[in-house]
Design a protein around this ligand. Structure first.
Ligand SMILES: Nc1ncnc2c1ncn2[C@@H]1O[C@H](COP(=O)(O)OP(=O)(O)OP(=O)(O)O)[C@@H](O)[C@H]1O
Length: 261
């Protein structure tokens, strides 16, 4: 590990919206193979930091480095092409398409434009499209989605929708996977499944993970290190069991709208 750049480094990140400072002074890094948690009460800047990393809202100050390469201010599609995949807090699946087709869309970063245009309809016709389908099938098996692969996403339960989103992110073969509240609205059993899949993605597929999550039991159980934000500022970083016991973090959660479960 010595001498190797972290998969992600954020240096002095600040993002403002008009007069509102949504995130400021964020310095953090994620090592290769690490599962890194990001917590904070509502409005503390978690999504803004994620958007600064992924190019949706570039930072006003600071730098974002991916495996040592400065990606600050690159448009989201170029950052995705560099190997950064994300899932969204509010699901971003395509209703009217099947589970398989939604997952196949995650291959777009590997498709030539002409292939992408026709992928959903003609993917059986060429070796390249067959390779994309094989990648999708492999992820379907990995995430145990075989039983619903041909169902429309519209009708499947929320826990499975979240899993399909994870599948669509993983099928792009990312180096860094950013998961924005992948367990929101899940029951205990679904949460345990999702936690297992995240660990397996790291262990078996070598993906590094930035995990935004309100469920502290998940953060403590799954993450190697974590960062806590409050009002856009860092209030704790380190090993989860220490950070969640930090009085500033406890206070932020008691004062906020989320319970530290
Ligand atoms: N596009 C935007 N325009 C204006 N203000 C914004 C924008 N995005 C976020 N904010 C503000 O920035 C602050 C941080 O919001 P952000 O969504 O990053 O917090 P969060 O920690 O992700 O919250 P939640 O847990 O509710 O998702 C909030 O005050 C929010 O209102």
């Amino acid at each position: 590990m010595t001498g190797r750049s972290p998969i992600l480094a954020c240096e002095g990140i600040e993002r403002r919206f008009g007069g509102l400072v949504a995130v400021t002074g964020v310095d953090m890094h994620i090592s290769h193979g690490e599962i890194f948690g990001l917590v904070g009460p509502n409005g503390s800047g978690k999504t803004t930091l994620t958007n600064a990393i992924t190019g949706f809202y570039p930072p006003n100050k600071g730098r974002v480095l991916l495996d040592g390469t400065d990606i600050t201010g690159m448009p989201p599609h170029r950052i995705a092409a560099q190997g950064v995949a994300r899932t969204f807090q509010n699901l971003a699946l395509f209703n009217g398409l099947t589970v398989l087709d939604n997952i196949l869309l995650g291959r777009h970063v590997h498709m030539r434009p002409s292939v992408f245009r026709t992928a959903l309809y003609w993917w059986l016709s060429k070796p390249e499209e067959i390779a994309h389908r094989e990648a999708a099938e492999e992820i379907i098996e990995f995430l145990q989605l075989q039983g619903i692969r041909n169902e429309l996403v519209d009708g499947i339960p929320m826990g499975l929708k979240k899993r399909v989103e994870l599948a669509r992110a993983l099928v792009s073969e990312p180096r860094l996977l950013i998961l924005d509240e992948p367990m929101a609205g899940m029951n205990q059993e679904e949460k345990e499944y999702m936690a297992r899949f995240i660990l397996d993605a790291r262990d078996e597929r070598g993906v590094s993970v930035l995990l935004i999550e309100h469920h502290m039991d998940v953060i403590v159980g799954v993450c190697d290190r974590m960062l806590a934000l409050n009002y856009g500022e860092m209030i704790g970083m380190g090993v989860p069991k220490d950070v969640v016991a930090d009085p500033r973090v406890v206070e932020a959660y008691i004062g906020g709208t989320h319970d530290a479960e």
